[in-house]
Design a protein around this ligand. Structure first.
Ligand SMILES: [Zn+2]
Length: 65
């Protein structure tokens, strides 16, 4: 079973739950305050960082003439 990450809109705490596939916010209750007003977060391991365009790609490998 995958681990889903949630954040509670009531107490603003993040928590992760082991749930079956397809579980939604409606199946989830915040373990901290018991609120059902939670939001699912994107799993941190699903998106791999591929394009690093933070500082621009300046590859100065080819020497000047
Ligand atoms: Zn909460």
């Amino acid at each position: 079973m995958p681990i889903y990450e949630y954040i509670c809109n009531s107490c603003n705490k993040e928590f992760s739950l082991l749930q079956k596939m397809g579980s939604t916010e409606k199946d989830t209750i915040c373990p901290h305050c018991g609120s059902r007003d939670v939001r699912k977060l994107i799993s941190p391991f699903c998106c791999s960082v591929q394009s690093g365009d933070s500082t621009g790609n300046t590859t100065t490998l080819s020497g000047s003439t």
